[in-house]
Design a protein around this ligand. Structure first.
Ligand code: OAD
Length: 429
C-alpha cells in the first residue's frame, strides 16, 4: 500500500465525508517513512469524540451472552522469572498503590497528550540476530510474517488502553486514569475499590463505579475491530483481556475466542462463604441502577458481579486455556496495558522463545529485568533472537497502520461502519 492509499484508508476511518486533501489538511494526517522509523500521525481524535458522544447517547451492545465461570485459585504470587503459570499456583496480585514504586508507575502510564504513533527501531548490539528484517519497520515485518502464513495462531493480550478511545478511562494514566479520580470515595488507596477485603467492609464505592462503567454504554474501538478482523481471518487463537467492559463481545468477537481474565459483569454471586448463591446480571443491574445494595435473598451477604477483585482467584477458564494456547501461539500482540498486574503480566513469557511479540502502548512497559523475563526491545539479552517490537502511541492508530500493512484497511473500515449502521448510529451526529 502506498502513502496515498494509506491516507485514503485513514480518511475513511476519520469520517466518510472527507476527501483525501481535506483529510490531509483538516485531520493532519501525515505518514513519514525513513529507513529506521515509520511514523504516522493520524488525528483520529475528532472521530473519537463523535464516537464517544454516540456511545454515551445510545446503548450499544452489552455482554448479555457472557459466560464467565469464575473459580477460586490458590493465592501464591509467581516469582519474577517463574516459568510455570498453572491453575492453583498464582493469584491475582494487583500492584496496589502502596506497592507500586514510582518508577514502575512512571514507566507504565502516559501523562498528558498521547504521543504520536511511532514504530520503535532499536540499534541492536553487534552480533544480535533479529526476527525482523533491517530494511522494514518491525510492524511491516510482522505484517509480512502474517501475509506469508508464518503467523496463524495469534494471541492478543489487552488492557484498559484499548478502550480509552471509547471514553472509558484506564486505571493508571496520571490525571485521567480511574485511580487518580476516586477522591470522592475516600479510599485508603485507589485499588481498594477492587479489593475483596475492602468491598466486604464498604461496598458502596464499587457499586457507584459499577453503575458508571456498566457494559452496554460504550462503543467498541478500532482496536476491538482489529481483533475481530483477526478472528474473521481465522488467525485469532485467543484474545486475553483484563477488561471488564465487554467491548470485545460488543464488537462481535466469538466468546469462545475470548478469555476474560479478570472476570465480567455477566454473572454474580453472593459473597457469603457458605452461600455463594448465583444471581443474574439483570437482577444485579437493576439494584445497581437504582442505587440499592444487592444483598442475597438467602443469607443477606453482599452480591457482587463476578469481576475478579484483588485477593480473588482468576476465572478457571484462564488457567484451563493458558498452557495450550501459549504453546501454540506464533505471534503475540499486547495492547493497552501497563502489565503491572499479575499473573496476567507474566504470561507474555509463556510463548515460545522464537515467537515475535508486539507491544502497542502509549508507554514502553513490561521490559526485561532479567534474561527471559519480560520484553527485550533492545536485544540486550541474548537468550533468544531479538523478537520484541514496540509501537508507541494509540492502539487504534497502530491497529489501523498494521491493517494497512496487511492490506486489510478497507475491511477494518467496513467492520466498524457496518457495526455503527447495525446499531443505528450516525457518525455525523
Ligand atoms: P492500566 O491503566 O494499568 O494501563 C493502561 C495502559 O494503557 C497504560 O500504559 C496507558 O499508557 C496505556 N494506554 C492508555 N490509553 C491508550 C491507548 N488509547 N492506546 C494505547 N495505550 C493506551 O490498565 P491495565 O493494564 O488494563 O483490574 O490494568 C490492569 C488491571 O488493573 C485491570 O484489569 C484492573 C486494574 O486494577 C480490574 O478491573 C479488576
Amino acid at each position: 500500500m502506498n502513502q496515498d492509499e494509506a491516507i485514503a484508508g485513514l480518511a475513511q476511518l476519520l469520517g466518510e465525508s472527507l476527501t483525501l486533501d481535506e483529510t490531509r489538511a483538516s485531520a493532519s494526517v501525515s505518514i513519514e517513512t525513513t529507513t529506521e522509523i515509520h511514523v504516522i500521525h493520524a488525528a483520529l481524535k475528532q472521530d473519537d469524540a463523535e464516537a464517544k458522544d454516540i456511545s454515551r447517547d445510545d446503548k450499544v451492545g452489552g455482554c448479555d451472552d457472557l459466560d464467565a465461570d469464575t473459580a477460586a485459585a490458590a493465592v501464591v504470587p509467581p516469582s519474577p522469572g517463574s516459568d510455570d503459570i498453572s491453575d492453583g499456583e498464582v493469584s491475582y496480585t494487583g500492584s496496589s498503590s502502596s506497592s507500586d514504586s514510582d518508577d514502575d508507575l512512571a514507566q507504565a502510564a502516559w501523562s498528558g497528550t498521547p504521543p504520536p504513533l511511532q514504530v520503535y527501531a532499536p540499534l541492536l548490539p553487534a552480533g544480535v540476530t533479529s526476527l525482523f528484517s533491517a530494511s522494514n519497520s518491525s510492524l511491516e515485518a510482522i505484517a509480512d510474517m502474517v501475509i506469508a502464513g508464518k503467523a496463524k495462531h495469534v494471541i492478543v493480550m489487552a488492557g484498559a488502553g484499548i478502550s480509552t478511545d471509547a471514553g472509558i478511562p484506564d486505571f493508571r494514566s496520571p490525571g485521567t486514569g480511574l485511580y487518580d479520580n476516586l477522591q470522592q470515595f475516600n479510599l485508603p488507596h485507589p485499588e481498594a475499590i477492587f479489593s475483596i477485603d475492602y468491598f466486604r467492609r464498604n461496598p458502596k464505592p464499587f457499586y457507584v463505579l459499577a453503575k458508571e462503567l456498566y457494559p452496554g454504554q460504550y462503543m467498541p474501538t478500532q482496536s476491538h475491530f482489529f481483533v475481530k478482523l483477526l478472528a474473521q481471518k481465522g488467525l485469532l487463537l485467543r484474545h486475553y483481556t483484563q477488561n471488564i467492559d465487554c467491548l470485545e463481545r460488543a464488537a462481535g468477537i466469538d466468546p469462545e475466542l475470548i478469555v476474560e481474565a479478570h472476570g465480567s459483569f455477566h454473572t454474580a454471586h453472593c459473597i457469603g462463604r457458605k452461600c455463594r448463591q448465583e444471581y443474574s446480571q439483570a437482577w444485579v443491574k437493576e439494584h445497581i441502577f437504582r442505587d440499592a445494595t444487592p444483598r442475597c435473598d438467602s443469607c443477606d451477604s453482599l452480591v457482587k458481579p463476578d469481576i475478579t477483585f484483588f485477593g480473588e482467584g482468576l476465572p478457571s477458564r484462564f488457567f484451563e486455556l493458558l498452557s495450550e494456547d501459549f504453546a501454540k501461539c506464533d505471534l503475540l500482540i499486547v495492547m493497552g496495558t501497563s502489565l503491572l498486574v499479575q499473573p496476567f503480566a507474566s504470561i507474555i513469557d509463556q510463548v515460545g522463545p522464537h515467537v515475535p511479540r508486539l507491544l502497542i502502548n502509549r508507554m514502553r512497559v513490561g521490559e526485561s529485568k532479567a534474561p527471559g523475563v519480560g520484553f527485550d526491545f533492545d536485544g540486550r539479552y541474548r537468550k533468544t533472537p531479538h523478537r520484541d517490537a514496540f509501537v508507541a502511541g494509540d492502539s487504534d492508530e497502530a491497529c489501523a497502520l498494521l491493517a494497512s500493512h496487511l492490506g486489510w484497511l478497507d475491511e477494518l473500515v467496513e467492520l466498524r461502519t457496518s457495526h455503527i449502521s447495525n446499531q443505528g448510529l450516525d457518525l455525523a451526529k
